[in-house]
Design a binder for this molecule. Structure first.
Ligand code: ARG
Length: 466
């Protein structure tokens, strides 16, 4: 992260000013208002080229005489946008302070290369709908990647659970030993949570999959633009309908996506927390692969679970990013307000942080080893107490009487067999009633969803910027 947004000593007086595409702006004010866009917008640059190409093609089909852009001119604009996109991918694309943001950089570059054609690209659009469409195009790809990585995590948890489905593990409430459980039940409880979090991500994916372009500043334009066409060209499911909503949905959408990611991060953090506990020497149930630990600079004996600790803190960060966006938004009146620009950083950070966390936890889970002796050794008689009471119930005793009888004779349970105990819970979703295929099916359908979305998007982009 650069310090571009911070006031610098050499911006001495307010008479220092920069000539920008949209007028002259005092240096310090420019630095403050552009903020981190000079850096953050690099992430949106590819999307800006894609969105601009669709807009150019739509302009060339607009029924006005003379046309704003001819078919050939639109093709020239798209070709140049392809060149700019290439420079983005090669990391040669730079947003100058005088550009303020990526949108004016792309317009400047088009104008430098194509003269008047570049000056026409902004016909019938505003940076307000432009940034909104850039963010949605970016988020679409990021969400597909995140959903795919989350499916990998669900799969790693399911595999781990299936492999060790018959290994007994003490089930806990209040962290205290409670009832017989299994490694299979523990692992797939989190696989199922991740799959539900994926459902939330798919829901926000659908919300994101709507095109704001053509809303312009938020009030449309007195030109016969074809918003359906732009939306189709970009591979969106549909245009957002109301043009004011198309602009005001910015920030709200980011908040929803951050909330969905917050759900996932809560799940991740709880897995991490469990693993930190169950890999303590005092427990020793599981062992984390050595590469996931880091040493200490002073204590030669250390191998700390830093990755897991950081997943826990990153959950806090992502929840905080969501909260930041909610706070930015709740007081903003209708219409575009520059406040919205500040939702960009928490949003982009949230996407990157969540994805990195999901990926590394999936690797960690895939590499876990199980120490069966430790898991079995953790059972004491008390863990079987509820099962014993229910056995008396099955033989006809009222539950409360059975409860008291077992409670008075807990020492009798010291030789119970954990393997037999977990084999007895054969009902749906119990230790011996887990259907791993259910998870496999949901993981496969998630992968199908990602594949379909990605193919559709890549196809649209290839048509625009071949
Ligand atoms: N960089 C700006 C943002 O992220 C682009 C939109 C600027 N629009 C405006 N009316 N100043 O919000």
């Amino acid at each position: 992260m650069t310090n571009d947004y911070v006031w610098q000593e050499d911006m001495k007086t307010s008479s220092d000013a920069k000539t920008t595409t949209v007028g002259t702006i005092d240096d310090e004010i420019l630095a403050f208002t552009a903020g981190k866009d000079l850096v953050l917008d690099l992430q949106l640059a590819e999307s800006d080229c894609i969105g601009s190409a669709a807009h150019a093609i739509m302009l060339s089909k607009m029924p006005v005489n003379p046309p704003v852009l001819t078919t050939e001119e639109a093709a020239a604009v798209c070709k140049e946008l392809g060149t700019i996109r290439k420079s983005v991918l090669e990391r040669a694309f730079v947003i100058e302070a005088a550009d303020q943001d990526v949108h004016l950089t792309v317009e400047r570059k088009l104008t430098e290369a194509l003269g008047d054609l570049g000056k026409k690209i902004h016909t019938g659009r505003s940076r307000n709908d432009q940034v909104a469409v850039d963010l949605r195009l970016f988020a679409k790809q990021a969400l597909l990647e995140l959903i795919e990585d989350s499916a990998d995590l669900a799969e790693a948890l399911t595999r781990f659970g299936e492999t060790h489905q018959k290994v007994p593990m003490v089930g806990r409430t209040h962290m205290q030993p409670a009832m017989p459980s299994s490694v299979g039940l523990w692992a797939t409880s989190y696989a199922e949570a991740v799959l539900e979090d994926i459902q939330s991500l798919r829901l926000v994916y659908e919300l994101n999959d709507q095109c704001p372009l053509g809303a312009a500043a938020g009030y449309g334009v007195p030109l016969p633009i074809d918003r359906q066409l732009t939306s189709d060209l970009l591979g969106f499911a549909r245009p957002l309908h109301n043009v004011a909503h198309a602009i005001q949905a910015r920030g709200k959408l980011e908040y929803q996506i951050l909330q969905a990611m917050g759900q996932l991060m809560i799940t991740l953090s709880r897995v991490a927390q469990d693993l930190m506990l169950f890999t303590l020497p005092e427990f020793g149930y599981f062992t984390i692969p050595k590469v996931f630990g880091t040493g200490s600079s002073i204590m030669p004996n250390k191998n700390n679970p830093d990755v897991l600790e950081l997943i826990r803190s990153k959950a806090g960060l992502v929840l905080g990013y969501g909260s930041a966006v909610g706070h930015i938004l709740h007081a903003a009146p209708g219409g575009y307000n520059r406040d919205l620009q500040d939702s960009k950083e928490p949003f982009l950070e949230g996407l990157a942080t969540t994805r990195a966390s999901v990926r590394i936890l999936a690797r960690c889970v895939a590499g876990l080893t199980v120490n069966e002796d430790k898991l079995r050794g953790a059972f004491d008689g008390g863990v079987f107490a509820t099962d014993a009471a229910l056995a008396l119930v099955a033989a006809g005793m009222p539950f409360r009487d059975a409860y008291h009888q077992v409670k008075a004779n807990l020492a009798d349970l010291d030789n119970e067999d954990p393997d037999a105990a977990i084999a007895r819970k054969t009902h749906l979703g119990g230790t011996a009633g887990l259907h791993f295929g259910l998870y496999a099916d949901r993981i496969a359908s998630t992968r199908g969803f990602v594949e379909k979305g990605r193919t559709h998007f890549d196809h649209a982009v290839r048509r625009l910027l071949s």
